[in-house]
Ligand binder design. Structure first.
Ligand code: HAS
Length: 545
């Protein structure tokens, strides 16, 4: 690995690990407060901790880790190193994001930005929080341009070739990210910053929420797609198999570009100000965005089955036994995949218009994203780190560390079952999300939630122990594990010989960006127009639902 690239990737990883530690500590304190296990000192409150937890883990950790991982794979699969332009853009992005994060975290710690990771108006934070968020977003655009620069540099001399799968997927992920994050940048720069600075007296809450969720749902696929890259590209090599198809994963990523943005209203199904027709349309489009995940499930099973059979697995399920269950690089990711089956089913329930009435704003939703983001995505990222850090540090992922990593994944799965699983159940019984410890005047229904809260907090403690374990593994891989002269494998799968060449149209980005913009115009133009008509900019009324 080129030293300069290595430094860029490592900077992103180290920053993300710091965010994990702080974010997980805030998470532990917050779940214990909510369950009545601890009382917080007067200078620290539940919403402050919940904001720190969400911002540091869902926004900061993910963005830094993903960008580091994508740069590593782009460097590895495009000529073995990044182009100078890509590197410079990557560093500009890194520093902007780092400065933005520090600004936002300081005001969260001083309790001047306890607005949660979704930072909805009319809750207001210090302008520094929004400026920090803007720097994080715009910084990530520089990183995206860095990835595009590396890709364009490679394509210049190979116009007729399909690009390597990893690089293709990295470009697709960043196209999705750029498109989606434009909306939140507009919200932050044109609504929230002027409002928090006192330059305008009011903000259109309905519009700001619509802009946030335009971004917000695609954000979840910005988290998921890098995990899919690992599953599609790296894991086949780890399990001793081949990438099942060269076209299907590309089609999958194109479908995400098309369908992950025009679905934001499924987070607003219970809100006034949007006609039910538009909500229904976006529910239909949400069902479309499930399809690429079903394609992924099919493709992964095919890859694993072929690999297992080639290792002598017999009968209908004999191949399962032949999977490398003792290798944490596979095991943690396999846990992630298995958890994603019920987690994804939960997502489909959320998205079903009528059923959303039952689950919206309950602890069910928190359970949903702890199984998707905090289990499926996070466990996959842990698995990536077990070989990516060694590639960069040339230190060995020893048998001992491997064993700890397997224990870590098991602890994580049990902790999440207790925490995320029970959140689903108690959510169905009406327990609200985002609520500090309360018995609601000893209301009969609220009292039935108390025993569930205890199990959820116990799950939280297990998860914190698991985080300490992963931090221990990371610190070892960074500084203490034995150095090795052997080349450490950056696993990139090869494509099955029988796989077809991907059709050229899959790499005509302008076509797909065009279709995606058309879909967004169909799904959003009229409802946004209606928001403006009901509440033109500059009018003194503002909706405060
Ligand atoms: Fe979601 C709310 C709908 C996926 C994250 N979601 C959230 C929130 C977050 C989040 C953070 O429609 C809360 C936001 C907030 O703060 O308010 N979600 C969906 C749907 C999907 C979905 C339809 N969500 C995700 C993913 C996330 C994520 C992924 C993070 C990474 N979600 C919703 C809705 C809401 C929502 C509503 C709003 C709720 C409300 O009212 O507020 C789908 O993409 C899910 C499709 C997935 C599948 C599973 C496929 C399974 C696979 C595994 C294969 C396994 C194999 C086994 C092959 C259909 C690919 C391997 C075998 C071995 C042997 C190892």
């Amino acid at each position: 690995f080129d030293r300069k690239d290595s430094r860029l990737v490592m900077a992103h990883l180290l920053f993300s690990f710091g965010a994990v530690f702080l974010g997980a500590t805030a998470g532990l304190l917050q779940v214990m407060q909510r369950s009545g296990w601890i009382t917080l000192p007067p200078w620290l409150n539940y919403y402050q901790l919940l904001t720190a937890h969400g911002v540091l883990l869902a926004l900061v950790f993910t963005t830094f880790f993903i960008i580091g991982y994508l740069f590593s794979g782009v460097a590895r699969t495009l000529d073995g190193k990044l182009s100078p332009a890509a590197r410079v853009l990557g560093w500009i992005g890194f520093y902007m994001m780092a400065v933005g994060t520090v600004m936002a975290v300081i005001v969260i710690l001083t309790n001047d930005a306890s607005v949660l990771y979704t930072f909805y108006a009319p809750m207001q934070a210090s302008p520094w929080f929004y400026i920090g968020a803007a720097l994080l977003i715009v910084g990530s655009w520089f990183s995206a341009f860095g990835i595009f620069a590396a890709y364009i540099n490679w394509r210049r001399t190979r116009k007729k070739h399909s690009s390597p799968l990893f690089a293709y997927m990295a470009v697709a992920t960043m196209i999705l990210w750029l498109h989606a994050s434009l909306a939140v940048a507009v919200e932050v720069v044109f609504q929230l910053i002027p409002w928090s600075l006192g330059l305008v007296a009011r903000v259109d809450v309905g519009l700001s929420r619509a802009l946030f969720w335009y971004f917000g749902h695609a954000l979840v696929y910005f988290w998921l797609l890098p995990a899919y890259i690992y599953w599609y590209v790296n894991i086949p090599q780890i399990v001793g198999g081949k990438i099942f198809s060269n076209s299907l994963p590309r089609l999958t990523f194109i479908l995400f570009i098309l369908f992950s943005v025009p679905v934001g209203f499924h987070h607003q199904l219970n809100e006034p100000g949007i006609e039910s027709f538009w909500k229904f349309l976006q529910v239909v489009l949400t069902m479309m965005v499930v399809i690429p995940s079903l394609l992924t499930a099919f493709s992964l099973l095919a890859t694993f089955e072929l690999a297992g059979r080639s290792r002598g697995g017999k009968g209908l399920f004999g191949w399962i036994k032949k999977m490398p269950w003792k290798d944490a690089r596979f095991f943690s990711a396999a846990m992630a995949m298995l958890i994603f089956i019920p987690a994804g089913a939960g997502g489909i329930i959320n998205a079903s218009y009528q059923m959303n009435q039952v689950v919206h704003n309950t602890w069910w939703v928190t359970g949903h994203f702890h199984l998707t983001l905090a289990s499926t995505v996070l466990l996959t990222f842990f698995a990536i780190s077990y070989w990516l850090i060694p590639v960069l540090t040339r230190r060995e992922f020893t048998k001992h560390l491997n064993k700890l990593a397997i224990v870590q994944a098991i602890l994580w799965a049990i902790g999440m079952f207790l925490m995320g699983g029970i959140m689903h159940i108690v959510g169905l019984q009406g327990a609200p999300r985002r609520s500090s410890y309360a018995t609601y005047g000893d209301h009969e229904l609220a009292l039935t939630w108390i025993s569930y809260n205890q199990v959820i907090a116990a799950g939280g403690v297990l998860l914190f122990i698991a985080i300490l374990l992963v931090l221990y593994i990371w610190v070892n891989l960074l500084y203490f594990a034995p150095r090795t002269e052997k080349t450490i494998e950056y696993p990139v799968g090869v494509v099955n010989e029988q796989a077809e060449h991907p059709p050229k149209i899959l790499e005509r980005w302008s076509v797909w960006i065009g279709v995606s913009i058309a879909l967004v115009l169909i799904a959003y133009t009229i409802p946004i127009y209606q928001m403006f008509m009901h509440n033109p900019p500059g009018s003194l009324t503002y909706r405060s639902w």
